[in-house]
Write a protein that binds this ligand. Sequence first.
Ligand code: GDP
Length: 205
Amino acid sequence: MSVYLKLTRIHWPNTQFVQSVANPEEFPESNLPQIAVAGHSNVGKSSLMNALFGRKGLVKTSKNPGCTRLLNLFDVDQQLLVVDLPGYGYARAPKKEQNRWISMIEGYLVNADIKLVLVLLDIRHGPKDSDMKLIEWLNESGIRWLPVATKADKLSGNQRSGRLKEMSEAMGGLLSPLPTSSFKGAGIDRLRAVIQEELSREPDF
Ligand code: GDP
């Protein structure tokens, strides 16, 4: 619990890759608070994490989408563990494989002491069925989550606000996605501030 009180301002570039694990049981012991990053394959997850960490190339883009089934762990400034979840919903993966994947992600999330899940959504497409399944499951499980819209540079200002409103409505209207562009660096400082704030919150007991 003292984790909340001890957290100081995170120095994001002080991030190190810890390890990849193939299933949640292999997860190393750690007292650090955790946040997880989830999203459809190709949503821009690796690019966003590199922008968040301020470290180009630390998070590797999978050349073979849908084939990365590992959870990749990053230690941020010895204050936070960021868990990169495997991208889901890859169209060419067989249904059975996709379901196995989702159970793996859910199995991890339900057992870990997760403070927040960033749910990445491409601003052009909004939430897909697989995103909605994850969001509904997070709501049912009482896990806090934050929608993050990626690739905001692909739309003009007006289109962007319209899309964000539609996306929020599609997800129940309670949360508005935070627009980001990894290419332009837009929204990244705000995302860092939101994460820092979430980690400093007193837990709701
Ligand atoms: P991942 O599969 O979710 O890890 O996604 P990547 O980070 O590898 O990005 C997938 C594709 O989207 C790549 O072609 C990136 O160049 C592109 N992309 C990622 N972020 C942005 C962004 O902020 N703006 C634009 N325009 N393209 C992006």
